[in-house]
Design a protein around this ligand. Structure first.
Ligand SMILES: Nc1ncnc2c1ncn2[C@@H]1O[C@H](COP(=O)(O)OP(=O)(O)OP(=O)(O)O)[C@@H](O)[C@H]1O
Ligand SMILES: [Mg+2]
Length: 309
């Protein structure tokens, strides 16, 4: 079982306008809501790859139908702590003529200490039957930056490996609990190291630092430039694949899902990395919020080129 934690779910609302005018009246051509958030995205993508996945987290009663429907349709189990009100909304305004998206993200509702305590207990109960615990995305207000570290420490000894995909202080503090894997993007790695990383060898050396600190696998996604991965003395680079990109929403989440599928199959690092790259690339080739299609994912797997660095 793969357990994905969703502390701050969001309704992603896309509003399409002909041409966006700040301060003006913008007529919306079409709109759509999708139940999202990184924890939800990873669980759905892991399920789409054919593995057993569950989503554990906070959920809001007023938004239940949207989230429950998406999870059920995609055969993804869930166990939520239910709270009053609605999930936050992240608005994406798509300017059709410029092909540019403007994002307006809400922070989420304040979480109290009692709810956090209940969440830690719920996560431990699931981690006990899980192979991988995925800690990804933002946290709601009231949730301390070291909460991912708290969860990693709480599940230590239960036999599940922790994967951390977070940014800023949440990543920095979470690292102190020594997760099995981290997957920063270039910006997140640069923020953590405090340096601009210009070349693949600089990125590799910066990532190596976290291996030396006790993280077993460090994957760094580089957007349109591909990705690198390190484990022990091994370091691999996959240049990006030239494909028609339709949407990069959740590309990093899909890389995490593909890598987990590789670890679950007990593949070597190269094959695992191939699966992570293929899943992320297949996601980019897919329209909007549609979940990765397994046939496309398998086809892309043959296209991935991997070099030792
Ligand atoms: N424009 C692109 N063209 C080809 N592949 C891409 C592109 N953008 C992303 N990818 C693929 O997706 C992977 C993950 O993308 P990226 O580094 O942007 O993740 P991220 O910043 O963590 O994304 P997220 O928004 O999901 O957190 C990349 O390593 C690459 O394989
Ligand atoms: Mg990311």
């Amino acid at each position: 079982m793969i357990t994905s934690i969703s502390l701050n779910p969001s309704i992603d609302r896309t509003l399409t306008v002909e041409s966006f005018t700040p301060g003006g009246l913008n007529r919306v051509l079409s709109s759509g809501d999708v139940a999202a958030g990184k924890g939800i995205n990873v669980a759905l993508t892991v399920s789409a790859l054919g593995l057993n996945a569950e989503c554990v987290g906070f959920m809001y009663r007023d938004s239940a139908p949207l989230f429950e429907k998406r999870l059920m349709v995609n055969s993804t189990a869930y166990d939520f702590i239910w709270l009053d009100g609605a999930a936050r909304t992240n608005i994406k305004v798509l300017d059709q003529s410029a092909g540019v998206v403007t994002e307006l993200n809400e922070s989420g509702r304040e979480i109290d200490a009692e709810s956090l305590k209940r969440m830690t207990e719920l996560v431990c109960a699931h981690a006990d039957n899980s192979d991988y615990l995925i800690l990804t995305g933002s946290m709601p207000p009231g949730c301390p930056d070291d909460y991912y570290a708290t969860l990693i420490d709480a599940v230590a000894g239960l036999g599940c490996r922790c994967v951390l995909d977070a940014d800023g202080e949440r990543l920095r503090k979470g690292l102190e609990a020594e997760p099995f894997m981290i997957k920063p993007n270039r910006y997140e790695l640069e923020t953590m190291t405090g340096r601009h990383l210009a070349s693949i060898s600089e990125i590799r050396d910066a990532a190596r630092h976290y291996i030396d600190r006790g993280v077993e696998v460090v994957a760094v996604s580089l957007g349109a430039d591909g990705a690198i991965i390190l484990r022990g003395d091994e370091a691999l680079y996959a240049p990006k694949l030239s494909v028609e990109v339709k949407s990069t929403v959740g590309a990093g989440d899909s890389m995490v899902a593909g890598l987990i599928a590789g670890f679950m199959a007990e593949n070597d690092l190269e094959e695992t990395f191939r699966m992570g790259m293929a899943c992320a690339t297949a996601r980019c080739m897919t329209e909007g919020y549609h979940i990765v299609d397994r046939t496309l994912y398998r086809a892309v797997m043959d296209m991935v080129k991997i070099e030792r660095i």
